[in-house]
Design a protein around this ligand. Sequence first.
Ligand code: ADP
Ligand code: MG
Length: 150
Amino acid sequence: MDALEFHLADEAATDRLARRLAPHIRAGDVIALHGGLGAGKTTFSRSLISAILGARTEVPSPTYTLVQTYDGPDFPIFHFDLYRLEEPDDVMELGWDETMDGLALIEWPAKAGDPLPAWRLDLTLEQTADGRTARLVPHGEDWQTRLHGI
Ligand code: ADP
Ligand code: MG
């Protein structure tokens, strides 16, 4: 499988996609979120994080804090928004290395000094006339297998 594409008519559709993916997430996963301002990266992240935490949790956008961390039932979750990162190497101060212990959701991943891990899920969101399109590209056999299951 090269890619999976979904039409997300509204926020509820984004939420459903995130909830389908949530049971397949494991410690050490990296999801790189691509797409311009307002594409829906935070909306997707919020749904995925809420689905994993399984509770009504506030999931603020990391726009200003650059990272928000959550204690999941089995692993921590690191939600990055690197749009305002000044120096690429500053990601190290945000706990970049510790993300291997959990799930890393990364908005604006290209701002990081480190190249992204080769094994990851790329999710690109794009605004259309009638909602959003989501394109999921698995890197690594493991992600491919899991995407078959969603
Ligand atoms: P980003 O993090 O990519 O900048 P946000 O997640 O903050 O974008 O979303 C920006 C706006 O897009 C929000 O107002 C949100 O309600 C809306 N939005 C998100 N997903 C969808 C969707 N599938 N269809 C329509 N609007 C959406
Ligand atoms: Mg955002």
